[in-house]
Write a protein that binds this ligand. Structure first.
Ligand code: ATP
Length: 214
């Protein structure tokens, strides 16, 4: 089975992520895409402008609901710390070593691959899918060819250009602007109900706190 791993901070997950996951999945005939929200350093958990790990996890779970080929893995959330992709991938592959693994990332992040931990070992374990936008200049990946033994394991996939970022969503929340349709509806409900990204530190009653899940 071909399985995609889609890692990110997902703070919050948005329609740009969902469209990349869907288009890469169909383009590469993946059976599943596993979203892996990342752990963030404990000192950031208390911040009022960035969501806690449990909130980010709940948002990704809401986002994948209704798509039986999407799922969420909490390996990094449970670790409670940022993990290098090479480490995350090793853990996921150990669980089902017969699957063929694809690691989905924005092309700009792939162009920065030399700064990642053990990029060649990562490429031994996964095919790196560089999600590009139409018109993306693939020569921006050229410098990797000389530096990486497994450069041929990087595979660009062109996705529809969707100019949404988590940063822009957080900014809109701070400015009390609408984020409807920029994020899946279930994600918007969690953001509104839990009072996320308002910047005033206010949180709706019943919001999970770090200790309840980590
Ligand atoms: P931030 O604005 O906080 O930096 P982000 O929107 O880039 O966040 P991440 O969780 O950091 O979200 O992204 C996870 C992955 O999704 C990364 O590989 C990133 O390149 C990719 N990605 C994010 N937004 C888009 C988008 N609109 N189109 C294509 N890929 C995207």
């Amino acid at each position: 089975m071909r399985v995609g791993i889609f890692g990110g901070t997902f703070d919050p997950v948005h329609q740009g992520h969902m469209i990349v996951a869907e288009q890469v999945m169909t383009e590469l005939d993946l059976a599943q895409v596993v979203f892996v929200p990342g752990g963030i350093p404990p000192h950031k958990e208390a911040s009022s402008v960035r969501a806690t790990a449990p909130d980010r996890l709940a948002m990704v779970e809401a986002a994948v609901e209704g798509n039986e080929r999407f799922s969420v893995d909490r390996v990094e959330i449970d670790a409670g710390r940022p993990m290098h992709s090479v480490e995350t991938v090793s853990i996921l592959r150990e669980r089902s070593p017969d699957d063929e693994w694809f690691f989905i990332t924005g092309a700009d992040e792939v162009s920065n691959l030399l700064a990642w931990r053990e990029p060649d070992r990562l490429l031994e374990q996964v095919v790196m899918v560089a999600a590009t936008r139409p018109g993306y200049d693939l020569s921006r990946l050229d410098h990797l060819e000389a530096a990486l033994r497994n450069f041929d394991r990087i595979f660009p996939v062109e996705c529809t250009r969707v100019d949404i970022s988590a940063t822009a969503i957080r900014r809109k929340m701070l400015q009390r602007k609408s984020i409807r349709y920029l994020v899946p509806e279930g994600v918007r409900e969690i953001i509104e109900n839990r009072g996320l990204y308002r910047g005033d530190g206010s949180r709706a009653e019943g919001g999970l706190v770090k200790e309840e899940i980590l």
